[in-house]
Write a protein that binds this ligand. Structure first.
Ligand code: PLP
Length: 431
């Protein structure tokens, strides 16, 4: 098990206060906090190693290149990727998905082909496929979401056909926490010769992920959600798949030879890494992976599962509070989305903030999912390794205070039986 009290000391930001109260950071699904080891790795790069990579023959450049390429190996090992060369560094999960939609999609999707998605995708795993489908005259199909916040797998079989060329699915829902049965999707994809893309933005940071077990063709995730810096994303695919894909962005580093009228491409993964990357960010991402490896992803998962089970039990005691997603902690990650009576999530988030509690409120970049539930959004608490049961207690106490406050303003409006906030205007809330 994790020694939470000890590891909290590794995260400098956790000792700050917000509005005079100790910070309770429950917005980890948006981005995680960073341990000192990651911050130090970033500043050490700029203090001692700063140089551009791959092109230099001087010592600093060689050192930076080696440190950067070491992280590629670490990433590959962390998720059991086919090889280090199958790991491409991008800016974030969003860019990884766009890379595939552009480079793989424009070559392999034709008019009449079908792309199978689900009703719980983050906009990042929806809009790039919409654009591709519109451009190519392809058809989008969807696996629907049940009332319980799980995927309706009957839809998977029903919508699968020889026309299905790509299935793209989130491993863990950022809005509900639901852990999806990826192997089932891999079998379905294989049965019709389709390619499987897995959006692992919410799984790789929180549960052990083994690409070989998942059986997917593409995997994408972001450093900033797994204790690393912002600005670094990962895309992984078998080298033979990547070899056949045309480039995404063009420029320096991704070429082998350039003439005035034409160019040839570098090997994978460099073919997909045009221009100077965020070198310091990648190196610091390596420190984040080391940190998680040292804790052990099984321990990370066990801690967050215990916390989410506790949160589900305690939140369920609040009258009028509706939880979305599976109620079994084994079926979900450390994400709990809820509504309290008819209180708008933004108002609830504001009251929680007064108590130093950071949560996310809104549609979580899942407008179709929210629409399916007939709501404008939810309040979402999402946990990480440094969160504690005491923090869950503070959340519950603050929600009780919010309930009293709103009941005092508009008696009866927010108590049990009143409806959840209805879909009206989709106020913006990202991630
Ligand atoms: N997919 C899922 C499931 C997410 O939760 C997110 C971000 O919240 C993304 C994709 C996009 O990640 P990023 O903003 O790092 O590109």
């Amino acid at each position: 098990m994790l020694d939470t009290e000890k590891l909290r000391k590794d995260f400098p930001i956790l000792s700050r206060t917000v509005r005079g109260k100790p910070l309770v950071y429950l917005d980890n699904a948006a981005t995680s906090q960073k341990p000192k080891a990651v911050i130090d790795a970033l500043s050490n790069y700029y203090l001692n190693q700063n140089a551009n990579i791959h092109r230099g023959i001087h010592t600093l450049s060689e050192e930076a290149t080696q440190a950067f390429e070491e992280v590629r190996k670490k990433v590959a090992k962390f998720v059991h990727a086919p090889s280090a060369q199958s790991v491409i560094f991008t800016r974030n999960t969003t860019e990884s998905i766009n890379l595939v939609a552009y480079a793989w999609g424009r070559k392999n999707i034709q008019a009449g082909d079908e792309i199978l998605l689900t009703g719980m995708e983050h906009h990042a795993n929806l809009v790039p496929w919409q654009i591709l489908a519109q451009e190519k005259g392809a058809v989008l199909k969807f696996v629907s979401v049940t009332e319980a916040g799980t995927l309706n797998l009957e839809d998977l079989d029903k919508n699968l056909s020889k026309k299905t060329k790509l299935i793209s699915v989130t491993h863990v829902s950022n809005a509900l926490g639901t852990i999806n049965p990826i192997r089932r999707f891999a079998q379905a994809a294989r049965s019709v010769g389709a390619v499987l893309f897995v959006d692992a933005a919410q799984s790789v940071p929180h549960i052990p992920v083994d690409m070989r077990v998942l059986g997917c063709d593409f995997l994408a995730f972001s450093s900033h959600k797994m204790l690393g810096p912002t600005g670094i994303g990962v895309l992984i695919a078998h080298e033979d798949l990547l070899d056949k894909m045309p480039p995404f962005l063009a420029g320096g580093d991704m070429i082998r030879e350039v003439w005035l009228e034409k160019a040839t491409w570098n090997d994978v993964p460099y073919k997909f890494e045009a221009g100077t990357p965020d070198i310091g960010g990648v190196i610091a991402f390596g420190a984040a992976i080391d940190y998680l490896q040292n804790l052990g992803m099984d321990n990370v998962r066990a801690h967050e599962q215990e916390l989410v089970a506790y949160a589900l039990a305690e939140l369920s005691k609040i009258q009028g509070l509706k939880i979305y997603g599976p109620l079994d902690a084994a079926q979900r990650s450390g994400v709990v989305s809820f509504n309290l009576g008819a209180i708008h999530p933004h108002d609830l988030g504001t009251v929680l903030d007064e108590d130093g509690i950071a949560v996310r409120a809104g549609h979580h970049c899942c407008q179709p999912l929210m629409r399916g539930f007939g709501i404008s959004g939810t309040t979402r608490a999402s946990f990480n390794i440094y969160n504690t049961k005491e923090e869950v207690d503070k959340l519950v106490k603050s929600l009780e205070r919010a309930k009293m406050l709103f009941d005092a303003c508009a008696p009866g409006a927010f108590s049990t039986g009143s409806s959840s906030p209805k879909e009206t205007s989709q106020k913006s809330s990202r991630k």
